[in-house]
Design a protein around this ligand. Sequence first.
Ligand code: ARG
Length: 360
Amino acid sequence: MSIAQDVAPSLVRGVARPVAHPVPQQSTERISQPSTQPISQPISQPISQPISQPIAGPTAASSALPWGRRYVTVRPDHFRIDYRINPYMDLDDQPDPGRAMSQWVGLVSTIERLGGTVEIVPQRPDAPDMVYAMNLGLGLVRPDGGSHVVLSHMRYAERRMETLSAQPWFERTGRSTSYVGRDGVGAHLEAGDVFAWGDALVAGYGPRTEALALKHLATDLQVRVRGVRITHPAMYHLDLAFCPLDERHAMVAPGAFDDASASALLELVPEPLLLTDEEALTTFCANSIVIGRTVVMPAGAPVRVVARLREWGFDVVEVEVDEFHKGGGSVRCLTNPVDVVLGRDVPVVPGGEVVLPPVS
Ligand code: ARG
């Protein structure tokens, strides 16, 4: 029995709740004065389209995502369960170091075989969760072509030392870096909560990332940020419940969110592949990555989900990463895409803008 199956009964709150329609009115907070120097030079006029209109949608051709080919990952030399900051973690169920290493090697070689590139960050011995590289920071390519990382400010002190190594590593590899909060002071941001999607960065907030971080992202990056409130304690990051697949399709587990946020998120996805809580929690299937038209998923993804992806024209490659499920993360958490381009994948919005669903 896999660890996910082991812990599943206590994690699963029920199947995905039906989502109420029509979508509740969204509130739009316009931020006029950036509080810090924006890192992006506005390259376009403000988007004139009112926010209540449907977003500029992807075309029916279902173009592949332009990002997701360049990844940063952490070599798991010190992966352990030393503490419990999510319901999966159990100090009595430690990962097998050899098996974890070979699973990570398998994941890296799969990405490379599919045409992706992988940069490897060494793991700090005192940071067992650093293997979940997705949470090191939000990597972006600025409109001027330079690379930037907004470093995470982890909710739990147990993970904060990761940034102490990640920040100089990103700088050494040619990226500028910034913070929305650090060392326990200021807004918490965990990058597994943030995706480029449609006309915005979509950001989960609640268990880890705070709403205040969305305001910082919007003003610092000069983008629109659409917040979705995560309420499920076992889907503590957006990447456990949402996976962009191409410009029209995404996997969504609505049960991770409050009703208004689930509706708001589904409104942004022309063709969602809805996941039940049980599917998302026991198989980590939303925690997948996409390279062109290939979805790299944790082995054991629901047959129904794999079949639907294939119907939509995706290739599906399953990789064994169950040692990492013991810490509460899978394929997406182990990899961090650094090729999201501001002005291409996320429109520049001078002044920044935060859109939050009403509290339901
Ligand atoms: N043990 C890690 C934590 O609780 C797991 C992180 C999973 N990462 C992710 N991007 N969802 O922070």
